[in-house]
Design a protein around this ligand. Structure first.
Ligand code: SAH
Ligand code: MG
Length: 948
């Protein structure tokens, strides 16, 4: 649901947070509070009661943070103890400034004091991470005794960073600027010295010798000689990121080691980025300070010497800068090492190539989705949001929030617009437009005039629709991206999810085609109103477009699977080897399925076999593009319990390394030239689309059966001998017809889904070849692949044409076209067309989840019964369409339906129009055309040629 503060920009300027809230904001559930009860004996002021031992309970709170543990005083209330602990932590970490909103000048004064505080004797007895560095400095011999690199101050102390940002907001993205501000502050303090040209900082005057000795003694037991795996991120793009080992020990300062690895003589010239990756990790980027003079004596808050320096752009390390959101120059080292509040020992952890690649992937619009589903090679950000219950993984809204956070943008703002019900559907077909005008007027009247009728009221409500606008602002509150979408949702929360997904998909396309100029790119997104503030957008989001270049200029020339190709590839399918018997349970668009799979990297002519990804149970909705096209196409050919294998070209090296985990290091030695991926998949389970489930659960016999019975009624009545099923799908009607005894001799089916046709062929073939058909008169059965909006003369003038639940799967103009083509060229004696009655939906939706009126999962969320539906018509809309057609083509038409009743509002669940060719007297002229055979025969059976 929408919270008020997300709508109003004013509300974002929150008042100061309570200590616990502030800690929560920074550490989330990594902050662990533990309460301990302390019994305290009360001071006995009453001498008369000397013997009665009185106690009261007090509470002490232990707060454990990733960086620090603190203990509060004992206080009477648990809550107060927690806040007290949080407050201590905030104070120590310097998360919040003492002055609420300091001016740059006040911040500079506070910075001077803060710095001076680091070089006092008391400070060395604290647990501040900087202490580790200072202690190390005591073991230096010679002229650098007691000196620390200035850059470690900024890495160890949040408060220093925050103050620098107040002094100059650009410090946020520029470690060099932070250094220049620290050095300026240091110069203003009489108790600190800094070196010129280099970036050392130390205490003015010396610590007492005994003090230094005692501090040194404390440290001498601790660290043994150690090493840690780190990464080298070259500035030049044509060089891969590599692993590297850092050594350190009691006598080898880690900053010295890093300097050496970067070939920098003076370790104080090493600059350090903010932490990257997961919040509270100590992973940082280390790089050499570019050679620019920045120490100006000028005390103004601007530092013009750094800005506008053209040379710096050339040595910008784009990959490293992109990861940290800061300016990083030259070669960089990424390492997980440093001092923490937790212990005075150096903390370090290995990082791997995949750590780096996962970080990069995590910043892409679809990256967090892939990572959180743990399906880097298989999952894709779905193209559509159907219902909350069908969506797997983090919701689009959460994904967009993570994306914004990752790119240091403010949380996205969603605003909801409720539309008057007369505005909802967007008509694409001429006839419709007329009908809509007439409809809207009476409907308003009906809804308003008859409030006592519960169904009317329900309808009035059901037609209400929501649109969502999304706004993304930078940290400085400048607009970056704004859009609103034309389509509507029946529920506010769905409007938000669906809009968030569209924004992500939009970004995703852009991120994958970075060469395209930004204006051009968003021009393509017509139909929606999108405003991209290109300067801000590029600045905030696409600091490193060439990262995607690298992915595309893949060294192994592997293909980059583009998401827009998916839908077209889907039907054609990959070739896969299928194992196991056909169980008859198969996925269709709108089903949620569960699979298990393994992805193995293999190399031609070698024994290389590296498992890159595997899942025991992975759920997704068919038809939404939630997995790579090859995988979707493969599982679409399976029935439950069948398994299959197929191979695809290797995707980009980067993606392989991301998925490979620790194996990435040795894989990076290979060329991957002759490699491919082998997928092994098993279909475990299919949950049918909601539409089917409702039809089966609510109607007895199920609506689909009732439609068949309806058609059979006409066949018998007419003594029909030929029937064509337009949009036969997987053959449910044709299959059921075989269970009846009729006069039919010739039966045909047409569909555009090859996959469905193949399934239909299998089922019909089984029944006919096993002689299970009760249609003894049947002479031939044929299935065609083709569109029912095209004419094929082989299907002309059949006795009966059926088109059940098909037109709503086509765009409205196509449905109109089909009407014209079928009645003017195919000219069946009788045409039966069924389609959902939109007005019936509230009843279906209400009863599909009894007792769960207003839960999030309630399936009222989708506007239509099935997300593949392009429209669902009211009775009036349907009748308008049908009447219009009938008149123009000299047919009569009658209306009927199945599920419900014509006389009880809101009519049938599935409405049916029966068209009849005009009687002989006014012989309808079927347009004679040249024979045209546009359809492809998929399967054919005939009584004579059938074996036996
Ligand atoms: N009539 C079937 C299937 C309904 S599902 C039944 O009642 O079970 C809708 C079907 O329409 C799908 O199989 C889809 O592939 C098909 N379809 C959609 N547009 C089509 C077109 N232009 N030409 C032929 N078939 C189409
Ligand atoms: Mg349908």
């Amino acid at each position: 649901m929408l919270e008020a503060d997300e709508l109003s920009p004013v509300a974002r300027k929150r008042p100061a947070l309570a200590p616990k809230a502030l800690i929560h904001q920074k550490f989330g559930n990594q902050a662990l509070y533990r309460i301990e009860e302390v019994r305290q004996s009360l001071e006995n002021n009453c001498p008369g009661l000397a013997l009665a031992q009185q106690t009261r309970s007090l509470y002490r709170c232990y707060l454990d943070l990733p960086e620090l543990s603190v203990i509060s005083d004992a206080l009477p209330k648990k809550k107060d103890a927690e806040h007290a602990a949080a407050k201590i932590a905030i104070e120590k970490l310097g998360i919040q400034s003492k002055v609420a909103n300091p001016t740059p000048r006040e911040a500079m004064d506070e910075l001077v004091l803060r710095l001076a505080g680091f070089f006092t004797e008391e400070f060395l007895s604290s647990t501040h991470p900087l202490v580790g560095h200072i202690k190390f400095a005591f073991s230096r011999v010679g002229e650098r005794f007691g000196m620390i690199p200035m850059s470690v101050i900024a890495t160890c102390d949040t408060k220093v960073n925050n103050l620098c940002k107040v002094i100059n907001p650009k410090a946020e993205s520029d470690p060099l600027l932070v250094l220049s501000l620290i050095s300026r502050a240091a110069k203003m303090s009489s108790s600190i010295c800094i070196s010129y040209g280099e970036f050392w900082i130390w205490k003015q005057g010396s610590y007492p010798t005994e003090f230094v000795e005692s501090v040194k003694n404390l440290t001498s037991e601790s660290t043994q000689k150690s090493y840690v795996e780190a990464l080298f991120i070259p500035c030049l793009h044509d060089r891969d990121v590599e692993t590297l080992t850092l050594h350190f020990s009691d006598s080898l300062y880690y900053m010295d080691e890093i300097a050496q690895k970067l070939h920098v003589r003076d370790p104080s010239r090493i600059l350090v980025s903010r932490t990257v990756g997961k919040a509270s990790s100590e992973i940082r980027l280390y790089f050499s300070a570019p050679d620019v003079p920045f120490l100006t004596s000028d005390s103004s808050t601007e530092v013009p010497m750094i800005e506008g320096n053209v040379n710096l752009d050339k040595i910008l390390n784009e990959r490293a800068s992109y990861l940290s959101g800061q300016c990083i120059y030259g070669n960089a080292i990424m390492a997980h090492v440093g001092y923490t509040w937790k212990s005075s020992n150096l903390f370090f952890e290995d990082i791997w190539l995949s750590t780096y690649y996962r970080m990069i992937l995590g910043k892409l619009p679809d990256g967090h989705y892939k990572l959180s589903r743990e399906a880097i090679l298989s999952a894709e950000l779905p193209a559509i949001y159907t219902t909350r219950s069908n969506w797997k993984g983090p919701t689009p809204r959460d994904l967009l929030c993570v994306f914004c956070r990752q790119h240091r943008l403010l949380e996205p703002l969603f605003s909801i617009k409720a539309l008057d019900h007369t505005e909802i559907s967007v008509e694409s077909c001429e006839i419709q437009r007329e009908s809509k005008l007439s409809r809207s007027a009476d409907e308003v009247e009906k809804v308003n005039g008859d409030k006592s009728d519960p169904i009317r009221r329900e309808l009035g409500r059901s037609i209400s629709a929501f649109q969502c606008e999304v706004k993304i602002l930078s940290k400085r509150q400048d607009p970056v991206f704004k859009c609103s979408f034309d389509d509507t949702c029946r529920k506010e929360c769905d409007a938000i999810q669906s809009a968030a997904l569209k924004v992500l998909s939009c970004f995703n396309k852009y991120f994958k085609q970075p060469d395209m100029p930004i204006e051009k790119f968003f021009e393509l997104e017509n139909g929606h109103s999108i405003a991209v503030y290109s300067k801000e957008f590029i600045q905030e989001l696409v600091k490193c477009p060439s990262i995607y270049d690298i992915q595309r200029k893949n060294k192994c020339s592997g293909l980059h699977i583009s998401s827009n190709q998916r839908s077209t590839q889907y039907e054609n399918g990959v070739s896969c080897r299928i194992d196991g018997p056909d169980s008859g349970i198969f996925p269709s668009p709108g089903s949620v399925i569960c699979i298990s799979y393994v992805v193995v990297l293999m190399e031609k002519d070698t024994t290389l076999k590296e498992v890159l990804e595997s899942k025991d149970a992975f759920e997704f909705e068919i038809g939404t593009g939630a997995v790579i096209s090859e995988l979707e196409s493969c599982v679409s050919q399976l029935t439950v319990n069948q398994s299959a294998k197929f191979v695809v070209e290797v995707p980009s090296r980067d993606l392989i390394f991301t998925a490979a985990g620790q194996a990435a290091t040795h894989l990076s030695q290979l060329s991957l030239h002759d490699c491919f991926l082998e997928y092994s998949v098993k279909l475990l389970h299919v949950t049918e689309p909601l539409e089917d489930r409702i039809e089966q659960a609510l109607f007895s016999p199920p609506l689909s059966k009732q439609r068949v019975e309806f058609a059979v009624g006409y066949i018998n009545q007419l003594h029909a001998t030929s029937l064509v099923d337009f949009g036969c799908g997987s053959g449910s009607l044709l299959d059921s017809l075989l269970d009846h005894t009729t006069t039919l001799e010739k039966v045909a089916g047409v569909d555009i889904s090859r996959k469905s046709l193949i399934r239909a062929a299998k089922i019909l073939h089984l029944k006919l070849s096993a002689n299970l058909s009760r249609q003894k008169s049947l002479k031939s059965t044929i299935l065609f692949d083709g569109s029912i909006t095209d004419f094929d003369s082989r299907l002309r003038e059949f006795d009966i044409g059926t088109c059940l639940e098909v037109i709503e799967h086509m765009e409205e103009d196509q449905a109109c076209l089909f009407g014209d083509v079928v009645l003017s060229f195919f000219c069946p004696g009788v045409l039966i067309v069924s389609t959902p009655n939109f007005e019936y939906n509230p009843i279906l939706q209400r009863s599909s989840m009894p007792g769960r009126e207003d839960t999030e999962d309630k399936p009222t969320s989708s506007k239509f019964r099935n997300h593949d539906h392009k429209f669902e018509w009211t009775r009036q809309q349907f009748q308008h369409w049908a009447n219009n057609l009938a008149v123009r083509h000299n047919y009569s038409v009658e209306f009927s339906g199945v599920g419900g009743s014509a006389d009880i509002e809101p009519g049938f669940a599935s409405q049916i129009a029966v068209f009849k060719r005009a009687s002989n007297l006014f012989q309808k002229q079927c347009l004679r055309t040249e024979p045209s055979e546009l359809y492809e025969v998929i399967w054919e059976w005939s009584a004579h040629s059938s074996p036996l």
